[in-house]
Design a protein around this ligand. Structure first.
Ligand code: SF4
Ligand code: SF4
Length: 151
């Protein structure tokens, strides 16, 4: 059996809101590949982590297995991950099918206010459909584990 794909908890949100933007072209292609993999394989096993993951592996800000986007980013990203775990009840290093994890996430974060607990000041909020896709909008959130908004 293939090893589960390591995804840090808050990236289970970000991947759902991916609109084809990223820190550079290579990272965008890297993200596009991961999004497609999850979308096409809802039974894909994912291990939920709170450290640099398969997404970070293609990011120019990942250095020495730490997020160095800004001073303090390493700790801040970990805080995002831990907050997701707190609100969903998912345990660190929990392994489950992608569809099941996405459903858990989207059930726990259904309103804009709930989403803002994670997304805070994130630069991608104006274009991130996971953040924007609150029940107050016509395009209501899904809780069945399907990925939306894949370019
Ligand atoms: S707004 Fe930012 S932190 Fe929130 S899901 Fe989108 S990309 Fe991730
Ligand atoms: S290294 Fe940091 S900025 Fe890059 S994908 Fe990972 S958490 Fe995000």
């Amino acid at each position: 059996m293939a090893s589960p794909l390591k995804i840090r908890a808050h990236h289970l949100l970000c991947l759902q809101g991916f609109q084809g933007y990223g820190y550079n072209d290579a990272f965008v292609e890297h993200l596009r590949g991961i999004v497609a993999e999850i979308k096409n394989h809802p039974a894909l096993l994912i291990e939920v982590v709170t450290t640099c993951d398969a997404v970070c592996a293609g990011c120019p800000h990942c250095q020495k297995a730490e997020c160095r986007k800004d001073p303090g980013a390493h700790r801040l990203m970990e805080m995002f991950d831990l907050t997701i775990l707190k609100y969903t009840g998912i345990k660190p290093n929990h392994i489950a099918k992608a569809a099941s994890l996405l459903a858990q996430i989207n059930t726990a974060f259904q309103t804009r206010a709930q989403r803002a607990k994670i997304c805070g000041e994130c630069q991608w909020r104006p274009i991130c459909t996971w953040y924007l896709d609150s029940p107050t909008l016509a395009n209501a959130s899904t809780t069945d584990g399907t990925l939306r908004s894949v370019p």
